[in-house]
Design a protein around this ligand. Sequence first.
Ligand SMILES: Nc1ncnc2c1ncn2[C@@H]1O[C@H](COP(=O)(O)OP(=O)(O)O)[C@@H](O)[C@H]1O
Ligand SMILES: [Mg+2]
Length: 709
Amino acid sequence: MSKRQKSIAVSEFFYKNRHLLGFDNPRKALLTTIKEAVDNSLDACEEAGILPDIEVRVEMVSDDRFRVTVQDNGPGIVPKNVGPVFGKLLYGSKFHRLKMSRGQQGIGISAAGMYAMMTTGKPVSVLTRTGARKPAYYCELQIDTKQNEAIILREDPAAECPFPHGTRVSMELQAKYQKGRASVDEYLEQTAIANPHAQITYFGPAEKVRGTVGAPPAPVSFPRGVTELPPEAKEIKPHPYGVELGTLLKMLQDTKAAGLVEFLTEEFSRVNVRTAKSIIAAAGLRDGAVPHDLDTSQADPLYKAIQRTAWHRLTDSALKALAADGIPAEVVAKLKALPVREFATEKAFLDACEEVVPKEDFRRLRGKLLRNTQEDRLPPPPTDCLAPIGAKNILQGLLKEVKPEFITAETRDPAVYRGNPFQVEVALAYGGGLTETCRLESESGKDGNDGPPKYGAMLYRFANRVPLQYQQSACCTFKTCVEDVDWKRYGLDSKRGGLPGEPMVVMVHVASVWVPFTSESKEAIADYDAIREEIRLGLQECGRKLQTYVKRRDRVREEGERRTKFLRYIGEVVDACAKITGATAEETEKLRANLLALANKKTERADLQFDQDGNVIRTPDKPEADAKPEAPDENTLIIEQNAAGAAVGTAPDASGAAEGTTPSASSGETLPELAPLSEAPPPPAEPTPAAPAPTPVKLGGKARGKAAS
Ligand SMILES: Nc1ncnc2c1ncn2[C@@H]1O[C@H](COP(=O)(O)OP(=O)(O)O)[C@@H](O)[C@H]1O
Ligand SMILES: [Mg+2]
């Protein structure tokens, strides 16, 4: 038995357990490979301050083999690092730091290369260049899974290269290409939403129809929506509340600090000398103790002291507050006279109080004493390590990719879970193009005309700007959506245990220096109360805004329909009257004008537009100049729709954001054209199409809609 024991190489381990890294089946393998390469490209470009320009190419080699090529305009990789980056698992620049980034572990792209090699035997090829004046480096490499090392098969230190700087990685792998939910197409679309500063061009594979491979489809372009890079995320030190005992022990071993005070102040964020000394005292250790020499029995009290840091301080202002809160003056005086007026733990503070507060009063005054003297626990970690997408950029991203009629977004303030800063962003996009994409197939299996159309909202989940496409129901974003938010309160159709039955995209982005994924394949976010709370609050705020919009839109729409009905009959009524009374042409015209005015007055609401607070912002008799309504708020966009529910006008602005849409801040709605009165009225049975005419369900939309339910 003991003879058979031997160590296992990391790469061997991960090859056997490839499902842990997202390579469980050929379809997912294709997605994961592209995802790892694109995530790296985006990370590299952003770190180098370059607006990303990324090309993704998928070519079919045979039925079950595809070649994936991803090219970026990033900073490139120096030749000596190319081997380890692509051929060594657990090698990277992001693991030993606390900073928001897409990659973390250093197993992304090398795992993809390993999977490719194991399934096709083909090497990974890399072309990279660090600057226009530098030679480009090309190589083909394989991974030695036993040694966890790259084997360079071929290299060219002065290769021909079409780009001034950047990296192109290409590999052939066993894969399956299929559109729809959790597809490459969906991943790229969602990546474009969360990264509106990136330009992505996708060359999809030619598809096989009845045994013959067709021509490759036209490339799909996801144009840049904003030309500003996200703010640079700063690297931070761990916050004391976030470390576990094991991590603390390792940090004690690895530190260069000579003493404990130095260790605590230098290796952690938010610990100053005073705090460090109190923690050390509370742990029963010496300030000058050497970190390396601490064993578990000493590290444990240190760990506990950190967790318990609830500081009570009898500062002058705290003493004043105590007096104002009804603590007798003589007690306050005694507290002031205490030799020590700072207490690291609640117990130490109360023990000191018991000495000076009369016994019979102690229980009564305890709450007041605690309340007025407690300084914050350690201040929360700094939050400049986070780079949220920003509400405005989310609006741009959703506008250009999902073409809704209404979008509202919210970036919450940063918060903390287990000592790790995080920030939540949410958005709701509604109606417009989504009435097609979110439409569910009817019972009969056909796009039925039986009853009103049914919809299923889609949830777009992101962690550090990366779309999450698997394990939705295990993700805390989904749980918050279906368990914590009562969508009915916002007038939305809500299904038990599911997402709302609405033509809507719910977007949730969680950004953190350490996103708590439920597994290494980074598919779902773990269920932390603090995170859930932030998501819930954001969704509720967006829900309220959506409700206001939908209510007003429907009111205006109803009035518009009523008016159209009136108008249809006015012509007939006027003609009949003329025949009966024999009125002159002039009289008839007058009657027509009067009736028209009456109809317009009766349906006045149809012309009204409202601002966010429900105030009328446009009336028909106001001059045109006033007609352009103010934005309800800057985190909300309303895209005017024509009668058929399609976006009207074109506004291809410089940034190339939205084509075929006119983002407007109006809370109203463009009305159907009024029928010319001189014409014969149309048959009254035919209603004006207020809602979009039924359109066939797209494959992608159907699949996604189903998944949402
Ligand atoms: N396209 C690229 N441009 C520049 N550097 C890259 C690129 N791809 C990968 N790298 C470098 O290689 C490292 C390893 O990448 P990877 O295996 O995906 O791990 P991770 O992204 O988790 O760090 C990255 O940390 C980064 O420093
Ligand atoms: Mg990576």
